[in-house]
Design a protein around this ligand. Structure first.
Ligand code: 38G
Length: 283
């Protein structure tokens, strides 16, 4: 059983504004009393009893902490400290000030292929590292890609929210129905044994960076039906000026059989991401 610090988190960190909240709990800005350094604190309510449905089981928080500790990478949010009390666990993580990639892309008129490639390279580096550790994120989406600083010319991506992540053990099957409808892979919907390949379903760019799903239906049910039946279309208004090499990249990821998809490592050497010559590079 993982041991977290039993001291009061407020003896070490001054709790600031709430930055956001969701299924994952509440995230606040915090200031380290000893150094004045600014961090983010993710506050998770623990389940009070086995019969309660409120709060998280401690073992699921332990799993998230162990996974974050196994993933020191410049494009993955860093974990600094963990405190626990009877009712709560607090993860102290690096503060990410540039907001969500989803909002950054939405605010731009349109993302050039060159900009999409720069973001995808960072995402693929992080995903390739995760997968090399047999860890899958299982909730990759633009909302879980944050930017350290969105004002710079080449924003640095940090992947967050490892609440659904899983570390595979050789020979041990893992199934889950969790995820976000627009982004989950067919094998998740069909409750089939999963693998790190389910993460590669997300990397259908430049579409995904726009937050648009080629499977988008009028309801979640319709979206899920579209995914399992591989019924998708790339609307011209998003896809008409996308290069042939980008479409090839996408076609090699939108494969129903997980074993047929490119791996993150193979994506990093695909001509769209790593052009053979300067002339081949996207604009
Ligand atoms: C440790 O796990 C998480 C950390 C964070 C996190 C880490 C550092 C950090 N710095 C700033 C923020 C931040 C700022 C504004 C809003 C949010 C959050 O509510 N929305 C982020 C994405 N969302 C869809 C999960 C988070 N964060 N959020 C978010 C979700 C997590 O599950």
């Amino acid at each position: 059983m993982a041991l977290f610090k039993l001291q009061n988190v407020e003896d070490f960190y001054e709790i600031g504004d709430v930055l956001g909240s969701g299924h994952y709990g509440q995230v606040c800005a915090v200031r380290e009393r000893a150094t004045g350094a600014r961090w983010a604190g993710k506050f998770l309510k623990l389940r009070r009893s086995a019969s309660s449905r409120l709060g998280l089981e401690r073992k699921s928080v332990e799993k998230e902490v162990e996974i974050l500790q196994a993933l020191p990478h410049c494009n993955i949010m860093a974990l600094k400290d963990v405190f626990e009390s009877r009712a709560e666990v607090v993860l102290i993580v690096e503060l990410i000030g540039g907001g969500e990639l989803f909002d950054f892309v939405a605010e731009k008129e349109n993302l050039s292929e060159g900009e999409a490639i720069e973001f995808m390279k960072q995402i693929l580096e992080a995903v390739s590292f995760m997968h090399s550790k047999k860890i899958a994120h299982f909730d990759l989406k633009p909302e879980n890609m944050m930017l350290l600083d969105k004002e710079v010319s080449h924003p640095h991506i940090k992947i967050i929210d490892f609440g659904l992540a899983h570390c595979f053990i050789q020979g041990k099957e893992y199934k889950s129905l969790s995820g976000t409808p627009q982004y989950i892979a067919p094998e998740v919907i069909n409750y089939e044994p999963l693998s790190v390949a389910s993460d590669m379903w997300f990397c259908v760019t430049p579409y995904r960076l726009s937050g648009m799903s080629p499977f988008q239906g009028d309801t979640d049910e319709e979206t899920l039906r579209n995914i399992v039946s591989m019924n998708y279309e790339f609307e011209d208004r998003y896809f008409s000026d996308t290069s042939a090499v980008a479409k090839d990249f996408i076609q090699n990821l939108l494969v129903k059989d997980p074993s047929g998809r490119l791996t993150a490592e193979e994506c990093l050497v695909h001509p769209w991401i790593k052009p053979l010559t300067r002339n081949d590079a996207a604009s």
